[in-house]
Design a protein around this ligand. Sequence first.
Ligand SMILES: Nc1ncnc2c1ncn2[C@@H]1O[C@H](COP(=O)(O)OP(=O)(O)OP(=O)(O)O)[C@@H](O)[C@H]1O
Length: 237
Amino acid sequence: MPEQDGLHLKQVELMQGDFRLSADFALGAGARVAVLGPSGAGKSTLLGAIAGFLDPVAGQILWDGARIDRLAPGARPVAMLFQDGNLFPHLNLMRNLALGISPRGRVDAAGRARIERALERVGLEGMAQRRPAELSGGQQSRAALARVLVQARPLMLLDEPFAALGPALRAEMLALVAELQAETGATLLMVSHDPKDAERIADQIVLVDEGRAAPPAPTAALLADPPPGLRRYLGDG
Ligand SMILES: Nc1ncnc2c1ncn2[C@@H]1O[C@H](COP(=O)(O)OP(=O)(O)OP(=O)(O)O)[C@@H](O)[C@H]1O
């Protein structure tokens, strides 16, 4: 794969206390990748390093051939969703989404129109004045996705943002993520505990296990014939 295209983790070494994780792989622009692995294996650590919350102790992270591992999180080509805490509870959706456009949340008429469009796109038209507590769990997830949309970054990192939702709602959100990814062409990395999520949304899987984030492998082939690490994790080996 040409080095200038997409995301490249070049001999990256990460450390959190005693924990170590290495990653050395590339992902093409527009790839849809599920990050799977046992609890505590380092999936969040991996995403956090790409987003800029953790400095690698060695190696480089590149986007389209340019190093991003020295940039502040806000300066990276990244929009990230966490398991929770994606929306400020005291701000209405307009203000929450405005913070995705400018650090102080100051937006002009064009910015407000962009926010309205994003809300409409995720099925929340007319709800800009509501605060998160005035929305259902599914609607809050939609609002968080709308915020990712207005950020308009080429790399979307999702760290199990729908884990608290029931299975039907989760499937619905994944379908929406897939649609938004197809429309924006963003590269998607999504942490999941459920291989079915990976099947639904990802064409490739990065398996995180035993101190290493493995290079991406095609989803169908990997799930049809799981390597020992994945077999152990899936609980059928
Ligand atoms: N701030 C920290 N200081 C020290 N160790 C940490 C810190 N944060 C995480 N760790 C350790 O790093 C390892 C990887 O954690 P991480 O959260 O990345 O795993 P994960 O695969 O995302 O887990 P889960 O699926 O349970 O969310 C764990 O052993 C964890 O205890």
